[in-house]
Design a protein around this ligand. Structure first.
Ligand SMILES: NC(=O)c1ccc[n+]([C@@H]2O[C@H](COP(=O)([O-])OP(=O)(O)OC[C@H]3O[C@@H](n4cnc5c(N)ncnc54)[C@H](O)[C@@H]3O)[C@@H](O)[C@H]2O)c1
Ligand SMILES: O=C(O)C[C@H](O)C(=O)O
Length: 325
């Protein structure tokens, strides 16, 4: 058995965490030989519910769980953390404008960025899930100057997985046969799910689907999938979001083995001419615990327009919280 690693999860009494923590405890993220110490953060009113989650974790008698910390202090939750899932966020309340939401969350993520900076392992890998995930991740990064900007990421894997599933269904195949899907930009309705390079069994997807379906069905379906789940379930996606979070961290830590994934990453030095101070989703491969943007892709006129639109939205979000950066 390896030495345990510390995995911090915020929003740990929430819906996503109720799936995520148990998947991590089971070994789905780092494998069946990697013990974990779970460091769970909540706000004071949710500590009762969090203690219930901790009781259930104990009752699972997981072989890989080497410790559980349940706390409402971010400094404790992030202490020596090797991995941090920032899931907890302020949901949009009645009468709240998008800018109010951005600002409320900016305060949470600046405090958590500082706590990560001061207490986490210097190599901590951070995944921001709480919405607006990309801008929350940018705030986290700006408040954690001791951390390598490459170690802070935003979750786009749910959008990536949704894209793979829509393609597999359309062409009558399986997601395991779909490769080289890209989702560019923001985790929002402006995201650009791109099939320009995608293949099924090595054959271009573009040869198997018509452009009308691509532009008028596929793109809006993926962009609006979060809203469709909320409408159907009466609550936002939770198990699939947890699944995507596990996929993101697993591939980052253990390597994507040549496969392309989509991750929201710091855009400094990106090869596609996107504003250099955003958390932006690109085509990515991962190896030896590091991510790399796939370079040299030909970008069509249509793609350029779609990328510019989601980039403009992220620039606007950054401007809305500029006073907190
Ligand atoms: N990036 C993505 O793909 C994606 C997908 C689905 C959901 N989300 C977002 O993930 C977030 C969590 O979703 P959920 O369904 O688990 O929500 P939820 O409301 O069930 O749980 C959120 C939890 O966070 C806690 N929390 C709030 N502020 C906190 C803070 N400062 N520190 C620690 N904990 C805090 C709350 O008490 C609550 O228990 C939401 O913002 C949601 O929009 C993102
Ligand atoms: O919570 C939401 O607004 C939707 C969520 O981000 C999702 O993509 O399912």
């Amino acid at each position: 058995m390896k030495a345990p690693v510390r995995v911090a999860v915020t929003g740990a009494a929430g819906q996503i965490a109720y799936s995520l923590i148990f998947r991590v405890a089971h070994g789905d993220m780092l494998g069946p030989d990697q013990p974990v110490i779970l460091q769970l953060l909540e706000i004071p009113p949710a500590m009762g519910a969090l203690n219930g989650v901790a009781m259930e974790l104990n009752d699972c008698a997981y072989p890989l769980v080497a410790g559980i910390v349940a706390t409402d202090d971010a400094n404790v939750a992030f202490k020596d953390a090797d991995y941090a899932f920032l899931v907890g966020a302020r949901p949009r309340g009645p009468g709240m404008e998008r800018s109010d939401l951005l600002e409320a969350n900016a305060k949470i993520f600046s405090a958590q960025g500082k706590a990560l900076n001061d207490h986490a392992s210097p190599q901590v890998k951070v995944l921001v899930v709480g919405n607006p995930a990309n801008t929350n991740a940018l705030i986290t990064l700006r408040n954690a100057p001791k951390l390598n900007p490459k170690n802070i990421t935003a979750m786009m894997r749910l959008d990536h997985n949704r894209s793979m599933s829509q393609i597999a269904e359309k062409v009558g195949s399986h997601t395991t046969r779909v490769e080289k899907v890209v989702v560019w930009g923001n985790h929002s309705a402006t995201q650009y799910p791109d099939i320009s390079y995608a293949t099924v069994d090595g054959q271009p997807v573009k040869e198997k689907v018509d452009n009308e379906w691509y532009e008028n069905t596929f793109i809006p379906t993926v962009q609006q999938r979060g809203a469709a789940i909320i409408k159907a379930r009466g609550a936002s996606s939770a198990a699939s979001a947890a699944c995507a979070a596990v996929d993101h961290m697993r591939d980052w830590a253990l390597g994507s083995k040549g496969k392309w994934v989509s991750m929201g990453v710091y855009s400094a030095g990106n090869p596609y001419g996107v504003d250099e101070n955003l958390m932006f989703s690109f085509p990515i491969t991962t190896e030896n615990g590091e991510w790399k943007i796939v370079e040299g892709l030909a970008v069509s006129e249509f793609s350029r327009k779609m990328i510019a639109k989601t980039e403009a939205e992220l620039v606007g979000e950054r401007e809305a919280i500029a006073n907190l950066l």
